[in-house]
Write a protein that binds this ligand. Structure first.
Ligand SMILES: Cc1cc2nc3c(=O)[nH]c(=O)nc-3n(C[C@H](O)[C@H](O)[C@H](O)COP(=O)(O)OP(=O)(O)OC[C@H]3O[C@@H](n4cnc5c(N)ncnc54)[C@H](O)[C@@H]3O)c2cc1C
Length: 436
């Protein structure tokens, strides 16, 4: 059924490729129009992010996440070697992702998307490869990251920019990263092996406007009492790059013909270190949303609402994480810190009680209206706990006295292996669905 439906994905990085793979698995005719990213950037991915790529079947890209770098944090005057991250060069990672796409037999078109317009039931996309070309689609996925051309239509946080500099570090030995908070922003340094190093200074718009070379960055950093280990015996490689890095969310992220996925829908402050995970959270559900829009028009609006709510939830969650990090820093009172310590303005939402609500879930490759369990830790609702359908069980627990509820749970657990039963019982207790 889906073979005759053409979906064109604009942008071939994390969000674009993983959404395309999900769509291909559903049988759609999928093409990606991709172009090389405009600059070299290194980023750190978490273990959870690596697992996300594995789950999506991105074998070639996962292979690049093989070296764990120890992450040294010198934040708000406190030092810790908190955890590890996998540092990748995003150019290399994009290439590996396109290899993954090729293995799924996705049609790859090298070119720069210029614009698109609706003609009848179709969308015609204009792009430039060697010459100007056109391709038509039934639906498009915009995964052009922060470069997506809807800039005026965003809700944004305080404007931050990151200055990126590649380095050659011939004397470095062990892969590692560090993060330091300073008077006018924060600094991330990385050594990734093979003499390759990197430094990233994130600051506000005013400071960024004063910087046009790496010498300017050094001026900024020279009075800071931090260990600029990456700059010892290093050689500057290429020019400094300025990259916008503020939180933003698009006001219209989905329509009957188009969906925005990844940074093009919403992007978060790199401080929360989870941008790629955020993109995967969207691309893991987007194919089912599109499948519903194109094949189950009865549930189309529910699917769109489901996607909007999810994206908003993810954005709010990670913006809050970023704010919490900024709030930890009490030593500086510059506008960089005060602005970020007061954004976003959050209304404290008191969690009242566990409840069953009508919502929507992914089921059999579609978005369907369903009753879900809302708990303090699952504000978006939960239908499956791993592979266990828990709604009826929770309903029973909420409607009956503890003794009866426990007997019901015992019975429910009879068919489960010990580990799963323990996991279920712990969850019921943790979410205060039963109290003993
Ligand atoms: C300074 C900074 C540091 C960050 N550090 C981290 C980090 O350490 N860890 C982390 O998880 N996240 C980090 N992030 C966030 C992360 O970069 C993004 O969340 C992630 O890249 C989103 O993926 P995406 O596929 O949506 O967009 P992108 O990775 O931006 O990909 C968009 C793709 O679309 C292509 N494209 C753009 N325009 C066109 C066009 N007209 N035609 C065709 N193709 C086009 C681009 O070339 C690119 O390949 C950081 C972000 C910033 C700004």
């Amino acid at each position: 059924m889906n073979l005759t439906k053409k979906i064109v994905v604009l942008g071939g990085a994390v969000a674009g490729v993983t959404t395309a793979i999900g769509l291909k698995k559903l049988g759609f005719d999928v093409s990606i129009i991709y172009k090389k990213r405009a600059f070299t950037a290194y980023e750190g991915f978490s273990q959870k992010t690596k697992e996300g790529f594995s789950l999506m079947g991105c074998k070639n890209s996962v292979k690049l996440l093989n070296i764990k770098s120890l992450r040294n944090s010198n934040w708000a005057g406190m030092q810790s070697k908190i955890n590890y991250e996998y540092v990748v060069c995003r150019d290399d990672f994009d290439k590996a992702l396109l290899e993954d796409a090729k293995e799924y037999k996705i049609n790859l078109i090298k070119g720069r998307v210029l614009d698109q317009r609706e003609v009848g039931n179709k969308i015609i996309i204009r792009y430039k490869s060697d010459k100007e070309e056109f391709i038509d689609a039934d639906f498009i996925v915009d995964a052009r990251g922060r470069f997506t051309p809807f800039k005026a239509e965003y809700y944004t946080g305080p404007k931050s920019f990151s200055l990126l500099q590649e380095l050659e570090m011939p004397n470095a030995v062990q892969s590692k990263t560090s993060i330091d908070s300073i008077q006018d922003g924060w600094v991330w340094q990385a050594y990734v092996g093979k003499n390759k190093g990197y430094i990233q200074f994130s600051c506000d718009e005013q400071s960024a406007n004063k910087i046009s070379s790496f010498e300017d960055v050094k001026q900024y950093l020279k009075n800071e009492k931090i260990d600029l280990w990456s700059l010892r015996n290093c050689k500057i490689k290429g020019k400094i790059v300025k990259r916008d890095s503020y939180c933003k969310i698009h006001k219209t992220i989905i329509s009957d013909k188009m969906i925005l996925v990844g940074d093009s829908a919403s992007s978060i402050d790199p401080l929360s270190g989870n941008g790629v995970f955020q993109a995967l959270s969207m691309s893991s559900i987007a194919p089912y949303v599109i499948n519903t829009i194109l094949n189950k028009s009865l549930n189309k609006e529910i699917a769109k609402e489901f996607y909007k709510k999810r994206v908003n939830y993810i954005f709010n969650k990670f913006s809050k994480v970023g704010k919490e990090f900024y709030c930890m820093e009490k030593r500086f009172s510059s506008s960089f810190w005060t602005k970020r310590q007061s954004w976003p303005k959050l209304q404290k939402e008191e969690f009242k009680s566990v409840q069953i609500a009508n919502y929507a879930v992914v089921k059999d490759n579609f978005i369907e209206p369903k009753e879900v369990v809302i708990t303090e830790n699952n504000p978006m609702g939960i239908y499956f706990l791993e592979d266990l359908e828990v709604v009826e069980l929770v309903k029973y627990c909420l409607q009956n006295k503890t003794e009866k509820a426990i007997a019901f749970i015992d019975n429910f657990c009879k068919g489960l292996d010990e580990k799963k039963a323990l996991m279920l019982r712990s969850w019921l207790l943790k979410e205060k669905i039963i109290t003993i």
